[in-house]
Design a protein around this ligand. Structure first.
Ligand code: BGC
Length: 387
């Protein structure tokens, strides 16, 4: 039903974030957080990750050989502005080299300005709870886009603002480790203002005029669906206890695999009338037993949405290399390519070749039926699996 070609010029790539792959990021809030036992599974730390800061050229050769024509990456603010108002020429030149390396390989860069990490000096000044952070973020972003704007057409301001607020200020499992709904709300407001400051001039001091004119495409990160049921003991989480359908297929992190939801979210974005990029979609699957099917069913769902008129322009699979998966450390394997943080060996998983075939042909090779989603009986997902 869903076999078929994608539109000409469709972007096929993978997505990654600086702190998860680069190694050597010691001047941000995450590195400080990683030093406390119990914060990261197995006591893992983000250095060396994939040592991608040094190895980016070889890594891009590999992705190019897999027929990827685009790549999403993030810039590390703490490298670029290690102290307030002091910009590192070396770091900016490094990212210029990275973007040029992509262009030289015919890979379109998509650049994220903020992917979860904050410079230590921002964290020390109160992080995103502090309204001033919106302005500081805008200053950094202005400098970066002035210097690097010629090298990239697609820019993402803030990756997953709600995840920042939820993990850092509701669940307290990420820095700054708070459980405070008021702080979460203040954080979201500042993140939105930071985004707004970059996207258009503010109309009234401190008040964004609204999100509508502040974006020229939609970036969708889709992994799973979450079902919740009322539980009076879950007050800190607004009384929502996460549950999973009995028998539902799951990833190594116990996230339900639900491609139908991907299709439905894409259809729901259609009414916005903006181009859409799938900026992340992937699965933790160390054995690579579920990823091939995940790729086929999710890309199949995306193709079905395109056939229904949804303007999807590109797909960035999460992720190229196994990397530092935040509080899960190196235990969660999202890579099409396995990467050993000790030896730095890169090894293609079979699904890397399957994805390469799709990228090369700009086509889904087989007809994919979406699996029926079990509903009915549910079981507790358990707090450990929440993200
Ligand atoms: C984040 C990534 C993360 C991925 C898998 C996304 O929410 O943007 O940084 O690695 O999910 O958990």
């Amino acid at each position: 039903m869903n076999a078929g070609r994608f539109p000409e010029g469709f972007f096929w790539g993978t997505a990654a974030a600086a702190h998860q792959v680069e190694g050597g990021n010691h001047a941000n809030d995450w590195w400080a957080w990683e030093q406390t036992p119990g914060h990261i599974k197995n006591g893992d730390r983000s250095d060396p990750a994939c040592d991608h800061y040094e190895r980016f050229a070889g890594d891009f050769d590999l992705l190019q050989s897999l027929h990827q024509n685009a790549h999403r990456l993030s810039l590390e603010w703490s490298r670029i502005e290690p102290a307030p108002g002091q910009f590192s020429k070396t770091a900016i030149q490094h990212y210029a080299d990275v973007l040029q390396a992509l262009r030289d390989r015919g890979m379109e860069p998509m650049v994220t300005l903020h992917h979860f990490t904050n410079p230590s000096w921002i964290a020390d000044a109160g992080g995103w709870e502090t309204p001033d952070t919106a302005l500081r973020f805008a200053n950094y972003a202005e400098r970066v886009t002035n210097e690097l704007g010629q090298l990239a057409r697609y820019w993402v301001t803030v990756n997953e603002p709600t995840v920042i607020a939820y993990q850092g200020y509701v669940r307290g499992e990420w820095p700054p480790g708070k459980r405070d709904l008021g702080a979460a709300a203040r954080t979201l407001v500042t993140l939105l203002r930071g985004h707004g400051r970059l996207a258009f001039p503010l109309t009234r001091a401190g008040h964004a005029s609204g999100p509508a004119p502040s974006q020229d495409f939609f970036g969708l990160n889709y992994y799973t669906r979450e079902l919740v049921k009322f539980n009076r003991h879950y007050g800190a989480e607004l009384f929502g206890e996460r549950v999973l359908p009995v028998g539902a297929p799951r990833s190594d992190l116990n996230w339900e695999l639900y491609p139908e939801g991907f299709y439905r979210v894409l259809r729901s974005l259609q009414r916005e009338g903006l181009p859409i990029f799938v900026t992340e979609n992937g699965i933790a699957d160390a054995a690579d037993v579920r990823r091939p099917d995940f790729l086929l069913t999710h890309i199949g769902a995306m193709l079905r949405a395109i056939h229904a008129g949804v303007p999807v322009r590109g797909y960035f699979h999460w992720t190229c290399f196994d990397n530092f998966e935040w509080a899960e450390g190196y235990s969660a394997k999202f890579g099409l390519i396995a990467c050993d943080p000790v030896t730095q060996e890169r090894r293609l998983r079979p699904s890397a070749r399957l994805y390469a075939e799709i990228c090369r042909n700009n086509e889904l090779p087989v007809s994919v039926e979406l699996p029926p989603a079990p509903l009915g009986r549910v079981e507790p997902a358990g707090p450990a699996e929440l993200r």
